[in-house]
Ligand binder design. Structure first.
Ligand SMILES: *[C@@H]1O[C@H](CO)[C@@H](O)[C@H](O)[C@H]1NC(C)=O
Ligand SMILES: *[C@@H]1O[C@H](CO)[C@@H](O)[C@H](O)[C@H]1NC(C)=O
Ligand SMILES: *[C@@H]1O[C@H](CO)[C@@H](O)[C@H](O)[C@H]1NC(C)=O
Ligand SMILES: *[C@@H]1O[C@H](CO)[C@@H](O)[C@H](O)[C@H]1NC(C)=O
Ligand SMILES: *[C@@H]1O[C@H](CO)[C@@H](O)[C@H](O)[C@H]1NC(C)=O
Ligand SMILES: *[C@@H]1O[C@H](CO)[C@@H](O)[C@H](O)[C@H]1NC(C)=O
Length: 381
C-alpha cells in the first residue's frame, strides 16, 4: 500500500517536471547559444538530460557572445574533449537551488569535471560559491567571477541557473601563479626544478608567498643551496589534501611535503599559516588549491606565530632583510602579456584578448586575483 503511494507520487513528479529540452527551449532567448553547444556534445547533453541530481550553470547568450571568435571560443568549438571538459565544469554534482547557496562566507562545490588532463583532483574539480546581498556568484579558475542572473529553472535532472560569464577551468600552478604576478615563487620553483612536481602532482594545497614576501628575505636568498630552497618550497605544500578555506579551523595542523607541520590560526576571521597571513584564499588550480600568503614560511621556524594586531610581521627567517627593494628569483621569469596567458586548460591554444568585455578571459582572470576579485577572496579563509 505504502509502496504504491510512493510510486504514484514519483509519477506525479515526473509529469510536472520539465525535461532539459523543454526548459532550454523555454529560455531560448537567453540560452540558445549554450543549447547549440550542448546539442553538439551528445555525451554531455545525454548526461545532463538523464541526470538525477545536478545543477547546470548556464552561461547566457551574452556571456558566450562575448567570447566572439576568440582563440578560446575557437578551441572550444574545434576540440571536442576541451568542450566536454568546459561543459562538465558548468555542472554541479548535486541539486543546489539558489536557497542552498547562501552559506557564509563561501561554499566549495564539486562539479562533474573529472577528466584527466583538465582536472587532477580526487572527486572532481570544484567551484567556489558565495552569496553577496542575497545574490549568488561563482568563482572559477583565475578568480573569474560569474553571477547568477536568473535562478531555479527546475528540470527532471535538477535545476538550472543562468550566469553572466563563462566559468574558467582552473589552469596549472605555474600558469596561475604567473597570471597572478607571483613571479618570485615561479622563479624559485624553476630554480629548484620543482615545476613538474607542482604542476602535475594530484591533490595539492599550495601556500604562495607574494613577491613582497620574498623581497623581505632578499638578503638570504643568494646563500641558499638548492637543497635548502627545495626544503623551504616543500614546506609551502600540503600533499594529498586539497584544503579549502572552509576546511580550516583554528589550531589545525597539516603535514607539509617537506615533512614539518604547518600550524593554522583563525583570528577575527583571518587565517594565518605560522606567522604568515592568507591574503587571497581558494585560488583554484588544476591539481588543487592555492592560498596567497604575505610571508615566506621557514621549516626551521614552525613555531613562528603572528601578532594579529600588528600591521606587518617579522620575517620567519633570522637576520632577514630586503635588499635594495629588489624581488629575488625573478630575473629569468617572463610574465606573459595577457595575450599569451592560457587559462583555457591544457592542450588549448594561448588565449588572446578579444574585443568584448569578459572575452578577455586571461586578462580578467589574472587581474581578478588582486583586483576586484581580491575583495571577494581576501580574508574569507
Ligand atoms: C538544499 O536545501 C534543502 C532544504 O534545506 C536540502 O534538503 C537539500 O539537501 C539541500 N541541497 C544541497 C545540495 O545541499
Ligand atoms: C557525485 O557525487 C557523488 C557523491 O555525492 C559521487 O558518488 C559521484 O561519483 C559524483 N559524481 C561525479 C560524476 O563526480
Ligand atoms: C524549483 O524547485 C525549488 C525547490 O522545490 C523551488 O524552491 C523553486 O521555486 C522551483 N522553481 C520554480 C521556478 O518553480
Ligand atoms: C608584478 O610584480 C613586480 C615585482 O614585485 C612589480 O614590480 C610589478 O608592478 C607587478 N605587476 C603587477 C601587474 O602587479
Ligand atoms: C602548465 O600549463 C601551461 C599552459 O597550458 C603549459 O604550457 C605547461 O606545459 C603546463 N605545465 C606543465 C608542467 O604541464
Ligand atoms: C621565527 O619567526 C619569527 C617571526 O614570526 C621571528 O621573529 C623569529 O626571529 C624567528 N625565529 C627563528 C629562530 O628563526
Amino acid at each position: 500500500m505504502q509502496l504504491k503511494h510512493l510510486t504514484l507520487l514519483a509519477a506525479a513528479n515526473a509529469v510536472t517536471a520539465q525535461s532539459l529540452a523543454e526548459v532550454l527551449a523555454a529560455q531560448a532567448e537567453t540560452l540558445s547559444s549554450l543549447t547549440t553547444w550542448l546539442e553538439s556534445q551528445e555525451l554531455v547533453y545525454n548526461l545532463l538530460a538523464g541526470a538525477e541530481d545536478v545543477t547546470l550553470l548556464a552561461p547566457s547568450n551574452n556571456a558566450l557572445q562575448q567570447l566572439n571568435s576568440s582563440p578560446l571560443a575557437n578551441e572550444l568549438l574545434s576540440n571536442t574533449e576541451f568542450l566536454t571538459a568546459f561543459l562538465s565544469y558548468h555542472v554541479l554534482n548535486g541539486t543546489y537551488f539558489a536557497s542552498n547557496l547562501t552559506s557564509s562566507p563561501v561554499q566549495v562545490i564539486p562539479t562533474l569535471l573529472d577528466l584527466q588532463g583538465y582536472d587532477n583532483i580526487a572527486g572532481g574539480q570544484k567551484l567556489i560559491a558565495q552569496s553577496v546581498d542575497g545574490g549568488v556568484s561563482f568563482i572559477s579558475g583565475g578568480g573569474l567571477k560569474s553571477t547568477v542572473q536568473a535562478a531555479n529553472f527546475n528540470y527532471t535532472g535538477g535545476t538550472i541557473h543562468i550566469i553572466d560569464n563563462i566559468l574558467t577551468i582552473p589552469a596549472n600552478v605555474s600558469t596561475t601563479a604567473l597570471s597572478a604576478n607571483l613571479t618570485a615563487l615561479v622563479g624559485a620553483v624553476q630554480q629548484a626544478g620543482l615545476v613538474e612536481t607542482l604542476d602535475t602532482t594530484p591533490d595539492l594545497t599550495i601556500f604562495a608567498p607574494t613577491n613582497d614576501a620574498f623581497a623581505a628575505i632578499g638578503n638570504l636568498v643568494s646563500g641558499l643551496t638548492i637543497e635548502q630552497l627545495t626544503s623551504i618550497l616543500g614546506y609551502h605544500v600540503v600533499p594529498g589534501a586539497v584544503v579549502y578555506s572552509t576546511d580550516v579551523t583554528n589550531g589545525l595542523t597539516a603535514k607539509s611535503l617537506q615533512g614539518t607541520d604547518l600550524n593554522f590560526r583563525v583570528v577575527d576571521g583571518e587565517v594565518w599559516v605560522n606567522s604568515a597571513k592568507v591574503i587571497a584564499a581558494d585560488v583554484l588550480v588544476a591539481n588543487g588549491v592555492v592560498h596567497v600568503i604575505d610571508g615566506v614560511l621557514n621549516p626551521d621556524n614552525a613555531s613562528a606565530a603572528p601578532n594579529p594586531a600588528a600591521e606587518t610581521q617579522a620575517p620567519a627567517f633570522p637576520g632577514a632583510s630586503s635588499v635594495g627593494g629588489g624581488v629575488p628569483f625573478t630575473s629569468g621569469v617572463v610574465v606573459p602579456t595577457p595575450a599569451a596567458t592560457n587559462t583555457a586548460g591544457p592542450g588549448a591554444t594561448p588565449t588572446e584578448p578579444v574585443t568584448a568585455g569578459q572575452g578577455k578571459v586571461a586578462a580578467v582572470a589574472g587581474a581578478a586575483l588582486f583586483g576586484a576579485g581580491a575583495v571577494v577572496l581576501m580574508g574569507q579563509m
